[in-house]
Design a protein. Structure first.
Length: 310
């Protein structure tokens, strides 16, 4: 009996593994080349962009052609390079380097080190910090332009951004040209504590130097402009412009409602609401921005040109 069982064990061979050709199925047997034709093609992840307002999927190239303004009118956030390219004539400008500052002067404790956060932000944006300075012409009028990039740690104001602002103001005075800034910030950079808050006073002094030189200072507020930036140079312009529906505030809506125990009106802290209250002079779409800026700069510089001619 034992011998019979032993024989049966030997006769039961494990099934052989299918050859690669067998695994391919009948389609591979008939026409191996057909598989390549019907293979799944990879689609770039960033080919389509979702509209924040409507959820509509927009073809990326169409959105770029529209200056990142969706069909619903949403002015999406853009980086410093894009902003400068859209602002200056023919997209031509001269970059001005920003001063270097000590990194992590307070050795700020966090679940992730401040230098690591800076490194990630630099890799994502390609910039050293939240502010970028450039010199060029807007509709033929030379000027110095500063752009805050919200993608760099929320456009937060720290020592590097403060030094960049001061450098830009000094360049405007040295070159005797107007000073324009596009603001986008969540406020002061907490990793730098009091050193960050000191930039509110330092940038205010820089703005005063531009005005004492008789040069225009124009602020264009984009979404969002808040915190210490709103409490300093964002509200010191000779003229305040804003993009449509830009959030402009000091404290957040929820914080205010909890503090005063009242419900704020619809549209509170939005550009259109602030135009009605006199905090913003005009809401300007992105497509019209260069035309409006060029006209304002030339008008504000007319008296200076006339005095030089005399």
């Amino acid at each position: 009996m034992a011998m019979a069982e032993h024989k049966n064990d030997k006769s039961q061979k494990p099934p052989s593994a299918p050859t690669p050709r067998e695994r391919g199925g009948w389609l591979a047997k008939i026409a191996p080349g057909v598989r390549n034709l019907v293979a799944k093609r990879e689609t770039p992840e960033n080919l389509w962009v979702k509209c924040p307002d409507t959820g509509e999927m927009i073809y990326r190239s169409d959105l770029e052609a529209a200056l990142w303004v969706t069909p619903s009118g949403n002015h999406m956030r853009i980086g410093a390079k894009q902003r400068l390219g859209y602002t200056f004539d023919e997209g031509v400008y001269e970059r001005i380097s920003s001063p270097t500052v000590p990194e992590d002067p307070l050795k700020f404790p966090d679940d992730r080190s401040y230098p690591d956060r800076l490194k990630s932000a630099r890799k994502a944006t390609g910039e050293q910090d939240a502010m970028v300075i450039a010199f060029g012409a807007i509709k033929g009028q030379d000027c110095v332009v500063v752009v805050q990039d919200f993608a760099f740690m929320g456009g937060s104001l720290g020592m590097a951004a403060g030094e960049a602002f001061i450098k830009a103001a000094q360049e405007a005075v040295r070159r005797q040209v107007p000073f324009v800034i596009f603001t986008a910030s969540g406020g002061a950079r907490m990793q730098e504590g009091t050193l960050s808050l000191m930039q509110l006073a330092r940038t205010t002094v820089a703005v005063n130097e531009v005005k004492e030189a008789g040069l225009p200072y124009i602020v264009v507020m984009t979404d969002p402009t808040s915190g210490g930036v709103t409490a300093s140079y964002a509200m010191l312009g000779d003229i305040h412009l804003a993009e449509p529906n830009a959030m402009i505030a000091f404290a957040g809506r929820r914080v205010i409602e909890q503090s005063i125990r009242e419900t704020l009106p619809p549209g509170f802290q939005r550009a259109e609401f602030l135009v009605e209250r006199g905090m913003v002079d005009r809401v300007v779409t992105r497509t019209e921005m260069t035309t409006v800026l060029g006209s304002l700069l030339k008008t504000l510089m007319m008296g200076r040109s006339a005095s030089k001619a005399a």
